[in-house]
Design a protein around this ligand. Sequence first.
Ligand SMILES: Cc1cc2nc3c(=O)[nH]c(=O)nc-3n(C[C@H](O)[C@H](O)[C@H](O)COP(=O)(O)O)c2cc1C
Length: 183
Amino acid sequence: MNPRIKITGISGSLRDNSSNTNILRQLAAMIPAEIDFTIYNGIGGLPHFNPELDGEKPPIPVESFRQLLKETDAVIICTPEYAFGVPGSLKNALDWTVSSGELVNKPLALITASLSGGKAHAALLDTLTALSTNITEERSLLISFIRSKLDEKGFIKVPELLRALQTLLRSLAETCRQEHNSR
Ligand SMILES: Cc1cc2nc3c(=O)[nH]c(=O)nc-3n(C[C@H](O)[C@H](O)[C@H](O)COP(=O)(O)O)c2cc1C
C-alpha cells in the first residue's frame, strides 16, 4: 500500500502571531483527511547559506530540512514581503536546496500574504522556477492587504479568500494524488 500523502507548509514569517503562519494553520484544517499536513518551523534555525558548508557533511539543521523535503509529496510556501523582497530566512532556506535538488519537480503552492506583496511574489516565482519546482498558476496566490482580511484571532474573514485557498488546495491535492497513484 502507498504511504499517506504528505504536504509540508513553510511560513516565511518567524512571528508568533504571523498572518502567514495562521493561514497555514487554517489550511491544515481544510486539507482532505487522507493527507498529512505539517508546518515546518525550522527556517529560522538554518545557518546562513555558504557553498563552503555545503559539502559531504552539511550542517545538521540543513540535513534535517533536506530530509523532510525529500519525504514530503508537496510544499506550500506562505510568506509576507519585506522591504519589497522575499524574507531573508525563506530565501536562505530555498538557497540550501539548490545543490541538493529536493524541490526539483516537487508540486509547490505559493501564497504571498502581505500588505502589497507583488514584488516578493514575482521574485519567489522566479526562484521556484529556477529550482525546477512544479508550480502552476492555479497554485499561486497573492493576497494583498492581508491584515484587513483576518479577524482579531487571525482567522480568515473574507469568503472569496477562503474559496481561493480551497481552489489552490484542491489543485495541489489532485497533483499529489496523481503522482502518488503513478508510483
Ligand atoms: C521590516 C518590515 C518590512 C516590510 N516591508 C513590506 C513590503 O515591502 N511590502 C509589503 O507588502 N509589506 C511589508 N511589510 C508588512 C508585512 O507585509 C506585514 O507586516 C505582514 O503582516 C507580515 O506578515 P506576517 O503577519 O505573516 O508576519 C513589512 C513589514 C516589516 C516588519
